[in-house]
Design a protein around this ligand. Sequence first.
Ligand SMILES: Nc1ncnc2c1ncn2[C@@H]1O[C@H](COP(=O)(O)OP(=O)(O)OP(=O)(O)O)[C@@H](O)[C@H]1O
Length: 893
Amino acid sequence: MNVRGPILSVGEARTVSTSYGDRELRELRIRPERGAADPVDVTLWGDWAETADHAEPGMELLVTDAETDDYGGETGYATTGDSWVVLEPDFLVDVTGIRSWVQCPRMYYLNKLSGIPLNYPVVKGTIVHEVFGDLLRGMDLEDSVADRVDEAGLELGLLGYEADEVADEVRRNAAAIEGWLAQGTLTDGDTWRSEFTLISPTFGLKGRADALRRGTPVELKTGKNTNREPRFQDKIQAACYALMLEERGVDPDIGTLLYTKNTALDRNEETGDLAPAKEFPVGNGLLQFVVRTRNELAAMEWRALNDAGERPTVPTGYEADANCSYCFEQDTCMVVSGRLNQESKAGQVGEPVPADERDYFDRFYTAIEEERRETHAEYRKLWEQTPAERAADDRALIDLEPIGRTEIAENRWRLTARRTDDAVSKLREGDVVLATDGDPVAGHAELGRIRELDETVVVETDEPVELRRLDVYPSEISVDRMLTALHDAVLKGDDRRKDVVFGRRDPAFADPPADRGPYIDNNDAQNDAVSLAVDAEDCALIHGPPGTGKTYTIARAIRALVADGNRVLLSAFTNRAVDNALEALRDQGFNEVLRVGTETGVRDDMRDVRLVQRGDPNEKAAELRNAPVVAATTAACGSRVLRECEFDVAVVDEASQLTEPSTHAAITLADRFVLVGDHEQLPPVVRAENELRTSLFERLIEEHPDASVMLDRQYRMSQRIQAFASAAFYDGALRPATPEVAGQTLADLGIDPADLPAALRGGVSFIDPDGERDGNRNVREAERVSAVVDEYLAAGVDPDDIGVIAPFRAQVAEIARRTDVTVDTVDRFQGSSKAIIVVSFVATGDLDGPIFEDHRRVNVALTRAKKQLTLVGDAEALGSDPFYERMLDWARR
Ligand SMILES: Nc1ncnc2c1ncn2[C@@H]1O[C@H](COP(=O)(O)OP(=O)(O)OP(=O)(O)O)[C@@H](O)[C@H]1O
């Protein structure tokens, strides 16, 4: 049986004599059933006793295959020969993390901080891995090498490599793989799989195995190894996959390491075992060692968050027997230790950064790790919820019927399936998802992007999979990228920018030349904003309420900056905002832009300016280095390619939706920055409740109001519609930009008001359908909302001109079932607008929970409408809260 629960206390180590001789043991007191049951003692025998060294009260302990042990009259549990002991099983450790941890815990920490930088071994390694996959799929070696080197063109170019020399080297490495495959190991009886994503709920592990052969893991290493035995850390990596396979019922008894450089070595100069493939037995002792090592790592991460005295815990390197002078990370290690004043076995070099920066680093490091925990909780739902529960929770589309798969460009696959019901979910076209054969944990899972989501579902993936289910993918990439951005901001940063970001100096502005004409002649605030951006010596903040021409102003500012000789990075939280800004630039006649993004992320009409990474290295690198304007999401700014780029100015849109670290990802690439956003609209979307919820934009605008301009003329809403938002969120400063904007009505769309019921005339209206809230839905209200939509349609309104917003997905589903117009939550509406918006509030009677998470979401909901806004809700509930009461007064006026 399995016992699991939080640890209450950890006993001392003891040795007892048994019939097998002297044995070590440790007793831990835990509360089983995840804390719900009465405390019991659990005895860890033999090597598992070592795990208790890392255990602390508060951590979660899991013992599988435990036996009951009635020692001393009290029922307890003890490990058996089949047991696994896992600390903090909910914390998912990445296999590559364990690999570096066994080399040196500090290396694990450094890799986590600095991410994977652009360097030749990494790029070459990736190419060799891709070629390996191609060969497994039966592709010709020469074709594959040529194709994969071409694909890496940009990265190779940035590193100063020529395609031919790289192809040569890859070819020599690939010979090892080909030779190995040709040795008869790839027979018909062999079942091969390449790139296999594995996740283990029991052991708290995840990773992607290079390949599986007859159910045993094969790992590819692009280095050399002339010993007979695989390197220890490599074995550990393969053993992790073996462990995860074991959990799936496969019992791999061997692991294989392929050292591809061995075939490239010259026999006359090298001695030793030059065979590339090295097998090793995967015994229970090794697997237990893997689990104990993982426990040690998980315990360190737990202490980093929970141990107040030690927060955050930083490995020193003394935990390992590693010899620093042989370590290729030694220099990095010493610099990080020196600058952050961390204890380290390698020693320190350099001056420590000021104390406030170290403090900032520690605070955000902890906040990001808290976010990682929340991301892991999202993973956990993959196995804690049944498929039906996940579907009901809107996190999955299940019971899809696969209807086809085709191989498309860039070695990707397009998978098609039919939906068997009309269930709704959080998933939308363009989202990254987990595409599976029905079981995301024990089955075949691939990451993909949704291309189409109607009755037919179309997903693009790297590998084909039988498409039976789609799940919300709880990616950890954004967490990892935040860490590297934090690292770069503090350790690589330019002092001028840091002085402002860390509050040591006010932003400075240059005096404009006396003869400078206006940039924008019909909107003073916009003109001031462009001037501020141009004159900024550190940063400028542009506050843009809904519809005030943020995008227009950004485009004008970028043109002015480029005209002054600057190279500009244009970034935003979403692909959509990046593409909108590019469109605005194009509308203003400016075309010298380069769009960096994935093929599926970039909008069709911007494909022509998209940077294709494939091609001649020199040309590709020059394209990126010479573009006056480079445009990419802030997530892409954290990629290894863009981290290599430098700019004079970074202009970041949607900055109020970015966490501080995500903002750093863009602004550390430039000397100066301009942030554009509205902190009265949606805040950063994060799972943890901590300082990641406040954007750098919001913090800076409060600290430095003088460095900001608020755009105060809006081009979207009628006077009647904007009145409430202006008063409630912008001190009444928001005004319609022109009389036409102010006076717009449905008549502009050719609708005769006489064709509408009285309740829907007059710009803004409120309807109380007398509904009843039931959880997060209100059926009668949903019926009324769809009736309202029908009344608009009957009067001749085009369905594309109507949008419906509801606070909860359950209500979105309830309404969507009854109408064909766009229905969604606020988050999906941010940045867009419709002639008519209908808002459903769901709540009835009183307000025991928030309707919209916070008032800023209401601001977004109400300001999506241009000509007509209809609020549908319960007057009693809304009237019970002063804010909503004011909204009601306005709507009923
Ligand atoms: N100075 C201007 N003169 C004329 N039209 C303008 C001006 N500024 C903005 N507009 C127009 O107003 C509309 C809204 O502008 P824009 O899309 O830039 O707003 P936004 O603030 O980015 O909107 P959102 O709130 O959705 O982010 C666009 O059609 C734009 O062309």
